[in-house]
Design a protein around this ligand. Structure first.
Ligand SMILES: Nc1ncnc2c1ncn2[C@@H]1O[C@H](COP(=O)(O)OP(=O)(O)OP(=O)(O)O)[C@@H](O)[C@H]1O
Ligand SMILES: [Mg+2]
Length: 407
């Protein structure tokens, strides 16, 4: 990182189904330091997709205002997280000839080959939001992580391509603009969560991240250092609350509180411990034990895992083996969920909290902040200038500092 670039501020905006979170970071010689975080309730989305513009704008304004107050910095540009079933991914390959006289791969050749990999049919109503290089091949030698400077005449790349529906993106950007902000770039949310929580070793060996939010569960799978699968499931932690409300015949608010206090994804020794549940009219209470609550929660958690597993195994090449599951998002707070994941997937599992950053880390050391923190880490790295707004970004020049984030 060049000295003149220290002190640049970068902001991320995670517009979730339950909360909007703005994070402001500043660049330091060591990387990035968080200097402000703002959170506000979000009621304008369903399953990760905006359904109420006004509500969403209000939520963005409230979250950014808090982050501005904490950091003392005016936020003008934000990297914005997107998710929802309209986001889809595929893997592709690009090939170019190295035409320079010295036959040495230059940065521009890398750009050209990634561009070449983006020549796929996406449909008029969709756009490519990421083209992530996983590995390069120079004159038939594969497994190259950075080909710049290598000699050769043919450069190939394997990329993970992510596309999104135009109207959904337009609506997100509309809300960002109406809240007085300029989008610096858009990022598919599980990539952000991964940037904040996964270690390079995990991405190399093979890891699946599940970000269990309120309305969605976002999935990202890495192997050999790069993303090989990303997707989103339109079910998150809120469905557990719904099930509890229906099962125990109580309000959504009471069910949410019960889930957080007594909920568990696994059988434990507290099964016969009883707790009071308010009836729907709030006038009386009934007693329920934790085993009864677990009988509602655990099957739903298993169902979320089953959907994730189906997507992952459908889309991964047979030879890809995973070594770990990492859980992020507010849903990862559920007691025993890491153990339930370990049993379900037959893999070591852990809850991921943002680590790849300095500064006010105490404020964000929770799984539900993985996406927002990851936006400031992953946003500037982006995907090689895919998005039309990127060229106008004042942060474009810092993209290369983080060039090694995924390599
Ligand atoms: N202690 C807890 N135990 C169980 N679940 C919890 C706990 N704390 C939060 N949650 C759940 O986490 C979910 C919210 O997570 P998060 O803040 O990551 O969602 P979001 O980003 O707003 O939504 P999305 O990513 O789906 O758009 C809610 O379903 C909430 O009930
Ligand atoms: Mg989220």
């Amino acid at each position: 990182m060049s000295k003149s670039s220290w002190g640049t501020t970068i902001a991320g905006l995670d517009i979730g189904t339950t909360k909007t979170c703005a994070v402001v970071a500043t660049s330091t010689p060591e990387g990035l330091d968080i200097i402000g975080v703002g959170e506000a309730p979000s009621n304008g989305l369903r399953k990760g997709v905006i359904t109420d513009l006004e509500e969403t704008v209000r939520s963005i304004e409230a979250a950014t205002e808090k982050a501005e107050r904490m950091s003392g910095v005016h936020i003008s540009h934000v990297y914005v997280g997107v998710t929802g079933e309209h986001v889809q991914s595929t893997n592709n390959r690009g090939v170019v000839a190295i035409s320079s006289e010295d036959r040495e791969v230059a940065r521009n050749d890398v750009r050209r080959v990634v561009e070449a990999s983006k020549l796929i049919e996406v449909g008029a109503d969709r756009q490519i939001i990421h083209a992530l290089a996983r590995q390069f091949t120079v004159d038939g030698h594969d497994g190259v992580s950075d080909p710049v400077g290598m000699s050769g005449s043919r450069l190939e790349v394997d990329t993970h391509i992510i596309t999104a529906g135009n109207t959904f993106i337009t609506n997100v950007l509309k809300c960002v603009h109406r809240a007085g902000l300029e989008p610096a770039g858009i990022v598919f949310e599980p990539l952000a969560s991964s940037a904040a929580t996964l270690l390079a070793e995990e991405r190399n060996v093979g890891v699946a991240l599940l970000d269990i939010g309120g309305g969605t569960t976002d999935v990202a799978v890495f192997t050999g250092g790069g993303a090989i699968h990303t997707s989103t499931i339109p079910v998150g932690g809120n469905i557990l609350t719904n099930d509890i409300a229906l099962g125990l015949k109580t309000t959504f608010a009471e069910a949410e509180s019960i889930k957080r206090t007594y909920g568990s994804a696994i059988a434990d020794t507290h099964g016969d411990q009883e707790f009071p549940v308010k009836t729907l009219d709030g006038k009386t209470t009934r007693r329920v034990n934790r085993a009864q609550l677990r009988a509602i929660v655990a099957p739903r958690v298993a169902e979320i895992f089953k959907l994730a597993k189906a997507q992952i195994s459908d889309r991964l090449p047979r030879d890809v083996v995973l070594a770990e599951i990492v859980l992020t998002g507010g849903g990862a707070h559920l007691r025993g969920i890491d153990q339930a994941a370990a049993e379900f997937f037959g893999l070591p599992s852990r809850v991921g909290v943002p680590t790849a950053i300095g500064g006010l880390t105490d404020a964000v050391r929770k799984p539900e902040f993985a996406t927002a923190v990851g936006l400031v880490l992953f946003g500037p790295k982006g995907d090689g200038a895919t998005w039309h707004g990127r060229n106008r970004s004042p942060f474009g020049k810092i993209a290369n500092w983080f060039g090694d984030l995924w390599n």
